[in-house]
Design a protein around this ligand. Structure first.
Ligand code: NAD
Length: 295
């Protein structure tokens, strides 16, 4: 099976390499030539446009920043839809607005093209290891056809509902992560101001009920003051905007997500949007005039 792969950034590049490693042919495209070159060196063919990729592949995977990027990749001149024909499938693995996934699925249906929204969780290290989690929205029959392909990149692949359900699940994930980083930062700030070592607090509670994957991955970064991304604040702002748009659309109150969004907006206003989302801790450091780094 020949697989098209469009969007070869932090996540897309290692994911495309894992598809190659499992014996699939890959034809790829990105706006960034250096990204294409790296995946071609790993064995892929280069496409000149989304259109060419779609003409030459059975299934086209996209891994792009947000809804407008996916829309442009699909429907602009020389975009994917211009090269698609009946019976093909597009699998969008970007984290985008669920409403946008549903709109794209409808548009592609006019060409008799199937669509899955299949966003991922796990970040760059798991994308490299091929152990990301994939949450999929779409038809069971289409999912069954491409489950093996998705498993080349992931340790967990799960169909959660119709088109859009994958991105609803991803938004739920992003709410939990943002609020969880804020919670550990707030707790460590209390400890610091009360003259108890935040690192001692972490060691004492990590195996109890408050322990979490977020606590494990982000505490070390907070204590080291290491804000290298990982997952950039600007991408998390994009996800929380999609959370708030969706929560307003379905009329659900999400107060802690709104607070987490305001914290991230404040960090952006101070120029921190390219930093890892662990830098939520910096907001607490600034308002409390403390440092959470061990001295
Ligand atoms: P990135 O910015 O590193 O990569 C995006 C790539 O898409 C870039 O190489 C860019 O040149 C390319 N691109 C943009 N528009 C294009 C177009 N129309 N045609 C061709 N190429 C185009 O982003 P990333 O970190 O790889 O994230 C991709 C998606 O995965 C986002 O939705 C993000 O929220 C999600 N995600 C990221 C992480 C992470 O830790 N970085 C983890 C889970 C999910």
């Amino acid at each position: 099976m020949k697989v098209g792969f469009i969007g070869l950034g932090i996540m897309g590049k290692p994911m495309a390499k894992n598809v190659l490693k499992h014996g699939y042919e890959v034809i790829c495209f990105d706006f960034n030539q250096a990204n294409i070159d790296e995946v071609v060196t790993a064995g892929a063919q280069a496409g000149a446009s989304g259109k060419e990729v779609a003409e030459k592949a059975e299934v086209v995977i996209t891994m792009l920043p947000n809804s407008p990027n996916v829309e442009a990749a699909l429907f602009s001149e020389n975009g994917i839809s211009a090269g698609l024909s009946a019976g093909q499938t597009v699998i969008d693995m970007s984290s985008i607005a669920p409403q946008a996934s549903q709109k794209f699925a409808k548009q592609l249906k006019k060409q008799a093209v199937e669509f899955l929204d299949a966003p991922v969780s796990g970040g760059e290290p798991k994308a490299i290891d091929g152990t990301i989690a994939v949450m999929v929205g779409g038809k069971q029959t289409v999912f069954d056809k491409y489950e093996e392909l998705l498993k080349t990149m992931a340790s967990s692949v799960m169909l959660v509902g119709d088109v859009g359900a994958g991105n609803i699940t991803k938004l739920a994930n992003q709410m939990i992560v943002a609020i969880n980083i804020a919670a550990i930062s707030e707790a460590y700030s209390l400890a610091k101001k009360a003259n108890v070592s935040p690192e001692a607090v972490y060691q004492a509670i990590r195996s109890g009920l408050a322990g979490s994957t977020v606590m494990e991955q982000k505490s070390a970064k907070i204590f080291a003051g290491n804000w290298d991304p990982g997952f950039r604040i600007e991408l998390h702002i994009k996800d929380l905007q999609n959370v708030l748009d969706t929560s307003h659309a379905v009329n659900v109150a999400t107060p802690f997500s709104s607070l987490a969004m305001d914290v991230m907006q404040a960090l952006k206003a101070h120029g921190h949007e390219q930093e890892d989302h662990a830098a939520i801790a910096r907001f607490y450091e600034q308002i409390n005039n403390i440092s959470l780094q061990e001295s």
